[in-house]
Every structure is written in structure tokens, then in C-alpha cells.
Design a protein around this ligand. Structure first.
Ligand code: FAD
Length: 411
């Protein structure tokens, strides 16, 4: 069939879905594009939700990815507030909620993202207990943050710590409860986590690691968090930030290969013909030297959208660089390049007590991953050192008198 008569249906109008639609048009896709999203808002970026939106400095609509005008200009049919209930890869058809006719597709892109992991705790359904994923979640929390309010974050990962910083900046009394012995345990080495803990404590956030939570208490509204050691933390608001699970119900029930996420190759192709996946939902078979990874990051959603669009247009996928992720907490910007928990010797460039420093994990004379603390200007050169596997000595890396670009240039 002529490409101009083919229809791509994209399920999930978040970052990966809407960027795929835009990339398809930019790359010259002539056929129809239908983008279906369960939320009512025009597609928006999520990173500001836990930062500027909670701090009351922005609205989710300030970070819209795809406006009504763009849809019209680009010929993208955006269907908001609609949920796809079932897909039938054999018939190349998908089924929406009751009252909607089934929809045929020639190519299907699944971009349904991920959802916050729930804790099966007594009291998790009380008023005042929140998760943070959508614009609606962020607005509901932001409306309640005011000076003196007691806010408890369950989970000391990025989302929990960003929300903690935002609540503190609004004058709330904030406690972070983390089960692991360190913060951000999945992504950074212990000395970096300690630095972030010091940052939060210095700003008045109470942090307790290695705690187990027994339940949330209150009559209708949450009033306290009960810990396994018998103590309790008073709370007016509780935010659960304990990780996310892939929204892979549709592909699982359609028999597409999944394992907390749809398994995809470097073109975003799934095990079903004509079906692709992108963004938080996708689990990469192989990514940048690492097998079986699912990335929940802004960068991955952007890149995979372009890879899938390229695959639909039979273009080769460009090589991926080292994965990149950032977080903003108080006045600290942390950027992680590579897989943050790679093995290796920790080499510091600058001291953790400085405002700006870099930390590298080095093995066999090569940087495996890096954390840049208020040093985003070094991102490009550090990515080069990692991606080109440039041989470096720990002494040179740690020498702040020696610009990093000279290490890259010397190779
Ligand atoms: P989403 O943007 O979640 O989009 C998925 C969409 O699919 C949703 O709108 C959902 O409603 C819809 N959907 C699901 N099921 C269906 C269905 N059956 N039918 C129709 N629609 C459906 N990354 C960074 O790198 N740096 C950061 O600082 C950062 N901060 C973040 C802060 C927050 C609060 C959050 C939540 C994420 C943050 N991220 C950050 C991660 C980044 O935003 C995500 O990785 C990115 O949004 C993933 O895009 P996605 O399109 O895969 O999923």
C-alpha cells in the first residue's frame, strides 16, 4: 500500500507518543497519524511537575509539547480523554472504551508510559495520600502545600527528593522516609547520596534511611505514618514516591513479549509485526552495552520517539550515546551520564563540599559513568570521554587544573 494511505496509531499522548507524531511529520511521513491519550490535557512534559509546578512557579500547561494549533498544522489527529482497552495485533485493530468504534491501524506505536508503584500499606487510601505522575497529581499536591504543613515523602529516590525540596521551599515541614540504607540507591554511589542527604538536611529536611513503614493512620485524612520500630511521623500530606511500573497491560494481554515493559530492539520494534513501543514503557533488549534495561527518562522518550519514527520510514537508527538523566533539588543540578551504578573506582574531580564537582566511576582506565554536580557545562565532553571509551588516568581526571577537554583532545 502507498505510504500516504497508511495510518499510524499512537497509544499514549505523553512525551514519547507526541514526539513520535511530530518526528514522523518532520521526517516526511505522508499517511494519517492518530494520537490517543487517556489524559484530558494536551501532551506536556513531566519534569517540571515535581519542581516548578509544586513550587507554585509554573503550571503544567507551560510545558505543553503539542498544542491544538500544532496538531492542525501537522495533520495529527489528537484524541484526548480516550483510553485504549485492547489491541488485536492479528487484525491490526484496537478497541477503545464503550461506545467507541474499533480503530484499524497499519502501524501501532505503544507509548503508554509508566505508573507509580503503589504500596500495599494499611491506610494508603486515606485522603491526603498522593502519588506524583500527572498534571492533576501535581496540581492537587501544589494546592495543599503551605507554610507549616507537615509533608512526608515515602521514598528517597529522585521524585521523592525533588518533591521534598519543593515542599521545603514552600515552607513546609518535610520528612523523607527511605527503606534502603542510602538515598537514590538505584542510581548513584554512596558518597554522592551522602552529599545529597547533607544538602537536604542543611535545608531543614528530616531524612530517615533504613526505616520500615507499617502503615498510614488517620480517620478520613492521613495524620501520621507508623514505622515498624514503633515510632510515628506526623503528617498532613503523604507523597508516595517508591518507583514506577510499566503500563504494559495492553501488550501483555495481546501476547506481545513483555517483562515489566515491552521488549524492543534498537528500532523500537516489539515481538509483534507492525507494533512498536517507546518511552518509559519500552524495555531495551540491548542499550549502550547493557542488556535488558527500561529507562524512565526525558532523554530516552525523546530519542526513542525519533528511532521509532525512523524505523517506520525505513531509516537506519542513529547510534545511541550514553544515557543521560538530570534532577534539580534546591539549587543543585545533578546530571548522570552512563549507568550510575556501574562498577569501578570512584574518582572525584573537586570536593563534595564545593558547589561544583564531578564524580567518575572508572574501570580499566575508562570512565563507566559520571555524576556532574552543578557542572552541566562539562556534560558534552564527559559524554565524549565515556562514549569514545577514551583512556584516562585517575590522576588526570581528578586534577581540576587540567580541563577535561584536553583529555578528550589528547586521545
Ligand atoms: P508519559 O509521559 O507518562 O505518557 C504516557 C501517556 O500514556 C500518559 O498520558 C497516559 O495517560 C497515557 N496512557 C496510558 N495508558 C493508556 C491507554 N490505555 N490509552 C490511552 N492513553 C494511555 N526525567 C528526566 O530525565 N529528568 C527529570 O528531571 C524528570 N523529572 C520527572 C518528574 C516527574 C514528576 C515525572 C513523573 C517524571 C520525570 N522524569 C524526568 C521522567 C520523564 O518525564 C518520563 O520518562 C517521560 O515522561 C516518559 O514519557 P512517556 O511518553 O513514556 O510516558
Amino acid at each position: 500500500m502507498d505510504g500516504a494511505q497508511q495510518r499510524v496509531v499512537i497509544v499514549g499522548a505523553g512525551q514519547a507518543g507526541s514526539r513520535t507524531a511530530l518526528a514522523l511529520r518532520q521526517e516526511g511521513w505522508q499517511g494519517a497519524i492518530v494520537l490517543i491519550g487517556a489524559e484530558n490535557e494536551h501532551p506536556y512534559e513531566r519534569p517540571p511537575l515535581s519542581k516548578d509546578v509544586l513550587q507554585g512557579r509554573a503550571l503544567p500547561g507551560d510545558a505543553t509539547i503539542l498544542s491544538a494549533e500544532q496538531c492542525q498544522d501537522q495533520g495529527i489527529e489528537l484524541r484526548l480523554g480516550e483510553e485504549v482497552r485492547r489491541i488485536d495485533p492479528r487484525a491490526r485493530r484496537l478497541h477503545l472504551h464503550a461506545g467507541r468504534a474499533p480503530l484499524h491501524y497499519d502501524h501501532l506505536v505503544l507509548a503508554t508510559g509508566s505508573r507509580p508503584r503503589c504500596l500495599p500499606l494499611p491506610g494508603a487510601g486515606l485522603d491526603g495520600v498522593h502519588v506524583l505522575r500527572t498534571a492533576a497529581d501535581a496540581l492537587a499536591i501544589a494546592a495543599r502545600l503551605e507554610g507549616g504543613m507537615r509533608v512526608v515523602l515515602v521514598g528517597g529516590g529522585f521524585i521523592g527528593l525533588e518533591a521534598a525540596a519543593s515542599a521545603r521551599l514552600r515552607g513546609c515541614r518535610v520528612t523523607v522516609l527511605e527503606t534502603a540504607p542510602q538515598l537514590m540507591a538505584r542510581v548513584v554511589a554512596a558518597p554522592i547520596a551522602e552529599r545529597m542527604m547533607a544538602l537536604h538536611r542543611g535545608r531543614g529536611v528530616e531524612i530517615r534511611t533504613g526505616v520500615r513503614i507499617d502503615g498510614l493512620e488517620g480517620l478520613r485524612e492521613v495524620r501520621r505514618v507508623r514505622l515498624a520500630d514503633g515510632s510515628a511521623v506526623d503528617a498532613d500530606i503523604v507523597i508516595l514516591g517508591v518507583g514506577a511500573l510499566a503500563n504494559d497491560g495492553l501488550p501483555v494481554s495481546a501476547g506481545i513479549r513483555c517483562a515489566d515493559g515491552v521488549i524492543v530492539d534498537r528500532y523500537g520494534r516489539t515481538s509483534a509485526p507492525f507494533v512498536y513501543a517507546a518511552g518509559d514503557l519500552a524495555r531495551h533488549e540491548q542499550l549502550w552495552g547493557c542488556g535488558n534495561v527500561r529507562l524512565e527518562s526525558w532523554e530516552n522518550a525523546e530519542l526513542q520517539a525519533r528511532e521509532v519514527a525512523g524505523a517506520l520510514l525505513d531509516r537506519p537508527a542513529p547510534e545511541r550515546g550514553a544515557p543521560w538523566f538530570w534532577t534539580d533539588q534546591f539549587d543543585t543540578n545533578l546530571q548522570i551520564i552512563g549507568f550510575g551504578r556501574a562498577r569501578g573506582e570512584l574518582v572525584m574531580r573537586g570536593s563534595c563540599d564545593d558547589r561544583s564537582w564531578c564524580a567518575f566511576l572508572v574501570s580499566d582506565g575508562r570512565i563507566q559513568s559520571a555524576v556532574l554536580h552543578n557542572a552541566g557545562r562539562e556534560r558534552r565532553v564527559v559524554a565524549q570521554l565515556i562514549e569514545r571509551r577514551i583512556s584516562v588516568s585517575a590522576r588526570d581526571l581528578g586534577d581540576i587544573g587540567r580541563p577535561l577537554r584536553t583529555l578528550a583532545a589528547a586521545a
